[in-house]
Write a protein that binds this ligand. Structure first.
Ligand code: BGC
Length: 773
């Protein structure tokens, strides 16, 4: 473990003491967001030391030209960058003419706290400037869940050993660049400034994509809690606007600025209304006032926690970690807008371009489906449904026809924007995850209507892709899928990746099965879909032929499915025999060496076994885990969670716990030495899965909800809630047994350790002395 400065606490992430070396890591960890926008925990006042400034607005990106030395047909035109948005949080401070800059003064009693229960970030410290002036600062900031285009800051300064002049300089600045911009390229064009009273607005638009954004601020002041009016001086620059307010304060006075700010943007409003709408929003929240707004924020978070919370007794670090994961997932996506999605870094950094990956379908959907209303998961599915035409275009570019679709590996608006040929063209398994997510949703919610209304069209298009992508091997007398990259990106251009072949067959089978259901029970929808997609009986037979005759690489001696053709030719030296100094291999080895090695980045065969666990018996699952896990380096944040869930399933409890810890505190303890780049948001859903499906053993196959609860010996108890088909079920487990509570009006049938249990409305069922670890 590499970083250990976060103080364990049940509900808060706390940092005490000012350590310059932690600044960029803390800027990631203490990030705040409200589903519509988010920002790194940058200081309000100027900071001349190393910092990574970041504020992001959901859906706003820039199509950066792909720069490669050569070109391959079919390459995407651009890489979508999530754009660093104009800064509205800035408040520079001058004390008797000297700037407050924590990089240049003596700092004591520094404390930063991210209160996850309430959704607020606070910071307090004492600073001594070079001339000896000492002051105390308290700052509170949040992005409002109730008014999601806005946020609020309360920033108070108290002179400790002097009386004199304090100047607050709140500003908004659209002169922002991305950390990852090529040659400091600038992405925003300034269109208009507006300023009145204590308010300022800048209207800007992004180059190329022409997203229009209005950034604004409105400020108020109090001295010792009494409102005061101050005259201002305006400082307008080419890309920013600042107001300067000065006043004389006495030693011990509390001088406070309230800054309300935020963005309106053209995805949600007409361009001509952007400034006016933001004015109205900021005026509204300023009238509500900071304290009431804060109370509303607490109430809104309390509502989220009511179902989303997981409690862990007896291990405070584990408790803190799971809440951190749940909190960050909710800061990133709240499910109200089907045009938004969950980027691997959420609103906490620029890496991965803030775009949508298969992470959403494979990892995030179960979390949102179980802890929120089912419409939230449905919105995530609709995001892909609405991009189906683009997925069809994408497949056409690569030579597929007749309405076959290939969903992009990475996207902002449905177009592919990832450009490494071995991933863009070859990591096609992502197409299967789209269908798995539909299956998962329908299976869990019993909302079958999704399939006739939307899902079937996606399934047909994806099944067409698989049918066309498979080729017939005379030598094998089977259909094969050549030249692919599986989830394990440490193997490229392999033939017959077992996971991909399995998923391809499953997608076709599932599509054909549902076509038959629709034909029998939803005749009108069936006719509409057949007409729209021009699906024919011949196509049905051709697809079935591929699915029925798919090739699966298998080793008789080992009795395991092979990750791909020829996998056993590798030198199968387990990871624990690799010197520590050579890991992580993606930082220490050349790419060709990684490709030749047997080392697995993340679950691959095991990803398939995890998805389709009901199709394999326990011994088969264990054999595969025992074979593949020792070769796995877990160098994707998505890896430990799947392994932890499978380890729980096969009774390898210590292993399950070890892998759980790796996923849960990945960012808080910075296992991969990269937290400064941003948080691993999508893998946080995997952490949730490791508890609910891993230790809790929750499964939902064949219309039955079952649990097989176990508890790590390090914990006293844990509990979680899930929304399931209109019921809210709470599971509590300790070393004595487990309890289920049905917090709703309808009875629910579940299975616990294989036994049927009905829990009536508002009833608690306790099952004692069932197996625990
Ligand atoms: C993983 C992919 C994942 C991506 C974004 C990569 O490192 O290998 O499976 O989709 O990160 O999280």
């Amino acid at each position: 473990m590499n970083q250990d400065y976060i103080i364990p606490n049940e509900w808060s992430i706390i940092e005490k003491g000012f350590h310059k070396e932690n600044i960029t890591a803390s800027e990631s960890i203490f990030s705040i967001g409200n589903g519509a926008m988010g920002q790194r925990a940058n200081f309000e006042e100027t900071y001349s030391g190393e910092t990574f400034q970041g504020s992001y607005i959901g859906g706003i990106y820039y199509p950066d030209k792909t720069r490669v030395g050569w070109w391959k047909n079919g390459y995407p035109e651009y890489f979508a960058k999530v754009l660093n948005a104009p800064n509205w949080i800035g408040i520079n401070i001058n004390i008797n003419g000297n700037p407050l800059d924590l990089n240049k003064c003596k700092v004591s009693d520094f404390k930063r706290e991210l209160n996850m229960k309430e959704g607020v970030l606070t910071r307090s410290f004492n600073a001594e400037l070079t001339n000896g002036d000492k002051l105390k600062v308290n700052a509170i900031r949040f992005l409002s869940l109730n008014f999601n285009e806005t946020g609020a800051i309360k920033y108070s300064v108290t002179p400790i050993n002097f009386s004199g002049e304090i100047e607050f300089i709140p500003y908004i600045d659209a002169g922002i660049v991305n950390e990852d911009s090529n040659y400091d390229e600038y992405f925003w064009e300034i269109l208009q400034f507006e300023e009145e009273e204590n308010e300022a607005y800048i209207l800007s638009k992004t180059f190329k994509t022409e997203f229009h954004v209005c950034t604004g601020m409105k400020v108020d002041f109090t001295l010792n809690n009494y409102e005061i009016n101050l005259n201002k001086e305006v400082e307008k620059k080419e890309k920013s606007i600042a107001f300067k307010y000065k006043t004389n304060v006495n030693q011990g006075d509390i001088f406070t600025i309230y800054k309300y700010g935020g963005y309106t943007q053209s995805m949600n409003h007409k361009i001509e209304d952007l400034i006016f709408t933001l004015e109205k929003e900021l005026q509204k929240i300023a009238i509500i006032g900071f304290d009431d707004l804060y109370q509303k924020q607490k109430d809104a978070w309390q509502k989220i926690w009511e179902t989303a919370d997981i409690t862990i007794e007896g291990d405070i670090k584990a408790q803190q970690a799971i809440r951190f994961n749940i909190f960050q997932l909710n800061q990133t996506y709240l499910g109200e807008d089907s045009r938004l999605n969950i980027g691997p870094k959420g609103f906490t950094g620029e890496k991965y371009g803030g775009s949508t990956y298969w992470d959403t379908e494979a990892y995030c959907i179960p979390f949102y489906m179980s802890t929120k209303d089912k419409n939230v998961a449905k919105n995530l599915l609709l995001y892909r449904y609405n991009q189906l035409d683009r997925a069809i275009e994408n497949a056409e570019k690569l030579g597929f026809k007749d309405g076959a679709a290939l969903y992009p590996m990475v996207t902002m608006n449905g177009e592919e924007c990832h450009n490494e040929w071995e991933i863009t063209f070859e990591e096609i398994h992502r197409n299967g995850a789209m269908i798995y997510a539909i299956y998962n949703y329908v299976n869990y919610t019993a909302d079958y209507s999704y399939i006739p209304e939307y899902g079937m069209e996606v399934m047909i298009a994806v099944a067409r892709f698989w049918q066309q992508r498979a080729t017939f091997s005379k030598a094998k007398d089977k259909f094969v899928i050549l030249g692919v990259t599986g989830p394990n990106e440490y193997e490229n251009n392999v033939n017959n990746n077992w996971y991909t072949n399995y998923l391809a067959k499953w997608c076709i089978d599932y599509a054909l099965e549902n076509l038959q259901i629709l034909k029998a029970d939803y005749a009108e929808d069936y006719q509409r879909i057949i007409a729209k997609t021009k699906f024919s009986e011949d196509e049905f037979d051709a697809m079935k032929n591929v699915a029925d005759n798919m090739f699966f690489p298998y080793s008789k001696e080992e009795d395991i499915f092979l990750q791909q053709d020829g996998f056993l030719d590798k030198e199968l030296i387990p990871v624990d025999q690799l010197p520590k100094s050579e890991r992580p291999i993606n930082q220490k080895w050349s790419w060709d060496r990684i490709l030749r090695s047997p080392y697995i980045k993340q679950a691959d065969v095991l990803q398939g076994i995890y998805f389709f666990e009901n199709e394999f018996d326990k011994n088969t699952i264990k054999r595969h885990f025992d074979f593949y896990e020792p070769l796995t380096v877990h160098e994707s944040s998505l890896s430990p969670c799947v392994h932890s869930i499978i380890a729980s399933k096969i009774g390898m409890n210590d292993k399950a716990y070890e892998l759980y810890l790796r996923t849960a505190r990945l960012d808080l303890d910075d296992y991969n030495h990269e937290v400064h780049e941003g948080l691993h948001i999508t893998s946080m859903a995997g952490t949730w899965l490791s508890i609910v499906q891993g230790f809790g053993g929750m499964r939902n196959f064949n219309n039955s909800l079952s649990f097989d609860p176990q508890i790590p010996k390090e914990w006293k108890s844990y509990s979680f809630k899930i929304n399931y088909r209109g019921a809210t079920i709470k599971m509590y487990k300790n070393h004595e047994g487990c309890k289920f509570t049905n917090e709703s009006d309808a009875p629910v049938d579940i299975k616990v350790h294989g036994k049927n249990v009905t829990i009536s409305s508002n009833e608690l069922v306790a099952l004692h002395r069932l197996e625990s670890i």
